[in-house]
Structures are given as structure tokens and as C-alpha cells.
Write a protein that binds this ligand. Sequence first.
Ligand SMILES: Cc1cc2nc3c(=O)[nH]c(=O)nc-3n(C[C@H](O)[C@H](O)[C@H](O)COP(=O)(O)OP(=O)(O)OC[C@H]3O[C@@H](n4cnc5c(N)ncnc54)[C@H](O)[C@@H]3O)c2cc1C
Length: 542
Amino acid sequence: MTVGSDELLTEQEGRLLQPFVTNLERSVFGLRNLPEVVKGALFSRYSRSTKGLRRILLDEFIQAPEADFTRIVGNVAGGNSDQLVAIQQAEAFYDRVLIGYGDDSVAELGGAHIACEGISNIAAKALEDSRLGISPLEKSTRYVPFNQKINGRYRYYREPFIMASSHALRYEATLDHLFDTYTALTAPLLSWVRTCTPRDTDTSERAYNSATRAKTFDLLRGLLPMATLTNVGLFGNGRAFEYMLVKLAASPHEEVRSLGLAMQQELDQLIPSFVKRAKTERGQQYAQYLSANRDRTAQLTHQQLKPIEPTATSFVQLVEYDADAEIKIVASILYPHSDLTLERIKEYVRGLSTSEKAEIINTYVGERSTRFHRPGRAFEETYYTFDVLADLGAYRDLHRHRVLTQERQRYSVRHGYVVPPELEAANLAEPYRKALDDAAETAELIHTDLPDAAQYVVPFAYRVRWRMTLNLREVYHFVELRSSRQGHSTYRAIAQGMYHHIRAVHPTLVANLTFVDLNNYGLERLAAEQRLDTKLKQRRQE
Ligand SMILES: Cc1cc2nc3c(=O)[nH]c(=O)nc-3n(C[C@H](O)[C@H](O)[C@H](O)COP(=O)(O)OP(=O)(O)OC[C@H]3O[C@@H](n4cnc5c(N)ncnc54)[C@H](O)[C@@H]3O)c2cc1C
């Protein structure tokens, strides 16, 4: 029997391997029925062995007496407690195998799924701030109503420092007022949305009801405070989780630090070796380094910038772009197909006319028949920096992008709030404003004593300022996805604004950004719901 490239397996070896690999013959295969740490340890051997992975698994794991493999893997098939024993067993073996390797990248080879339920939006954003190696999923403010009560209490985080202070009653009264307003406005707003956009004969009742509910929840989400409880699910690799735990430990928020400890406890049961340094002295020192630097820099910023008066800014401002962008991109397009140096190709490109450069760019991008046909790495050669001032609701959505640099200022009420024009038109803006104004007073009051905790009061309708630095390749992904019809109107406007700014300075570079949607829609979700109807119908017919 042939294995992968040239290695041979006996019948007996094949039988031993078969439960743990998806095939015995081909050079592409998957691993199965193995604890995460064994998969990590196994892959880690790739860098120091001439053998194929199946051969390593056989020789160094399955048939190595010291590995105690049957016990490790045999127990995994058992119940929950057996699995824990198995993982501990695997850990001990993993440590033995890896002694002397000390390579951080090994911890990227195993992962875990972690659910974090009933956490505030402050904590959810802290988790989702991780980019590389982490894939989050969060409960949506669009599809789920946020006005449920448990034991007569709305679902928001009672921040312990606030609750132990003289602000406790006011904090609860303000947040209750926000949730009461959200609850009270839901039915009248839904009926207004339905009156303004009646169902046509092409739209099913299911699609119409879903799209109008989504629109209503989108319009009301501005009332939800950062204390609103949500659920976040994360899949990540060990290295990303370990770094995340350090960052959580450095947070100024008690809730986030406790969340980090709780996650450590769970990860210790799944991928202990990969996250163990977060809780060692080295991990603690790292967290202290992060928090001390942040606090010192904040203090310095305060001293330096306090005398400067703020000026009015636009919603989306293009702060920086590259004057040589076209030359860099065209040279990078030609580079992999040539054997000249990049410098020499750049010199050549400098001599080209605009239409010659455009022709090269158009050839490179080719015919894009969907937005998923994205340009290649040459488009990573130029960057744009935007300064955005928009409501927290939009920030929460856009923050989830990972292939760019984003950094925000504090959640505050100082930049005012946004009232969706639909609420004005529905004559429901007054109670909306009242609840937001009340929240601002409470936030400012708490801010004088507990500036970090005061951020929990800030509702999503208030503006936050953040910067985004992204390359042109991500611009294509971001602008086309976030301007698409089913998106929220505010972030659609941000994506459209970014597009207009770039087109003004680099028209050739965005000439192929064909799937940007510059229209406005009444019911953003309707087309998506209609597509879902078609799929449901097809499935019924199958
Ligand atoms: C209309 C709409 C509704 C949404 N609703 C929800 C919701 O209800 N709940 C929710 O949690 N999120 C929701 N999202 C957010 C969404 O799941 C993504 O988090 C968000 O779009 C950013 O991720 P991205 O992968 O698109 O882009 P980026 O993070 O900017 O990445 C760009 C591209 O790089 C690649 N990439 C990046 N990271 C990885 C990775 N780890 N592995 C593989 N490839 C990667 C992918 O090709 C990706 O498209 C919604 C988004 C939209 C547009």
C-alpha cells in the first residue's frame, strides 16, 4: 500500500492508522478521532522530520510504547470525564514530544470552540478585537429582540463598581428606561414600517415579516446600552487564545478580566498546553506591561492634547493615501511574471501613461462576475487611512473585519447621537431622544467617579470615533460587502463614503470595484429574504 509520496504501509499498519486519517492512499487527508493536542504535536513534527505525517503518527505515536497511545485515544471515545483524562494524558505526552522545540507556532496547530454567554457588549468587543486566528460569531441585534426579562429584570450587566457606588439606583433606572423605550417603540415602529412598505404579491408573508422585523430592530438598536448582555461563540487556535487571555487580563474592566479567567479555566480542559503561559508569571508580566503602557500613554495624551479645541469633522474622512499607489500596484502586478528587480520594474512603470497603467490593472483584475472574484496581492501594495465618526451600532458591525488596522476612542456620549430619519417620520423620535438624553446625563455623572465603568451606560446611538487603515485589496472586500443591499444603512453609508473618497484620488484603482452598491433601500433585508424563499421552495421540490 502506498502512502502519500513514496512511503509504504503494511496491511497491519493500515488497519492501525485507518481510524485516525480520512484516507490511507492520497497525499491530501484529514486527521480524525484525535485529541487537539495530539494533532498539534503531530503537525509540529513536520518541521523536523523527513517522514510523512501518517508515518510519524505510526512510528512516533501509535507504535511508540512510551506514547501510551491506546490509552490517550481509546479514552476519547468514552464519556466526558474519560475525555478529560485523555486530554491530560495527551498533554503529558505532548510536553515530552515538544521538549526543546519551544516554537510558538506549534500552538496554532490545535484549536478550541468556546462559548461566552451573558456577557456585556464591552466584553464582546474586547473578545472580537482579536484578529488573527480567531473566528467569532455574535448574537445579532437585527434578528433577535433585546427586550426579554429574566426574573423581572432586563438583560444588562450590573457593573459591580457602579452597583457598589451611590450611582447604582440611577444606573438601573437609566438602563431600564432605555430598555422600556425599546420595548414600547417596537410595535408602533413595526406597524409604521409595514404601512410604509406594504407587501407586494411577489413577496411571501414569511419574507415580508422577517424583513420588516429586521428593519424595526435595526432602527431601535440605538437604544441598547453597551451593558446589554449578548452571546459570543469563538473558534480559535491555541496561540490566538493565549494572546487573547493576556489582553483580557490587561483590560481596565473587571468584567473582561473575570471573563479571561473563566475562559482560561475552560481552555485548560481542551488545549491546556497551548494556553498555559497566559497564567504563568510571564503571562502576568505581559498583561501588566500592556496595561501600564496603556495607562501611561493615556495620561501623556491627556497632558499634551487637552488644550486643543475639537473641530467639527466629517462622517468619513480620508486622512492618508499613497501618491505612488498606481506605480506600486502596477509594478507588483508585473513582478511575479518577470525576473527583473522590483526597483527596475518600478522605473519602467514610471514611464507609462495613465491608460497604459490602466490596461495592466484591468488585465490583472479581469472579468469579475461576482464580488467574490477579488484582485490579488498586488492590491495590498497601497493603504488608505480613514477617520470615521459614526454611531456605535455601525462601529460594532465594522469592528468585526480583521484584515485591517482599526482603533477606536473611548465609548462616550460626547459626540452626540444619531436619530434614524425613519423614527422622525414615524413620529416616534421624542421618546427615543428622551431615553438617550437621560443616558447621557447618567454617563457623565458616573464618569466623574468611575470613568471606565461609565462606558457601560453609552447607548449604540451615540457616536464613536475610530480609525481604519486598510489596503486596497481589503477595500474591495469591505466596500462591496458593507455597501451591499442587506447591510445596515449607517455602515452602508460609511462604505459608500470610503468608495467616493478613494475614487476622487485614485479613479483607476477603483474602476473595477464594480459591486459597490450606491443605492438606498427601504427594506434592506427584503431581497435576501426573497432569495431565501426561492431556496426554501427549491428544497421542498427536491
Ligand atoms: C449583512 C451582514 C450580517 C451579519 N450578521 C452577523 C451576525 O448576525 N452575527 C455575527 O456574528 N456576525 C455577523 N456579520 C459579520 C460577519 O460574520 C463577519 O464577521 C464580518 O463580515 C467580517 O468578516 P469577513 O470575514 O467578512 O472580513 P475580514 O475579517 O475583513 O476578512 C477579509 C477576508 O479575509 C479572509 N479571512 C479573514 N479572516 C479569516 C479567517 N480567520 N479564516 C479564513 N479566512 C479569513 C476571508 O476571505 C474574509 O472574507 C454580518 C455581516 C454582514 C455583512
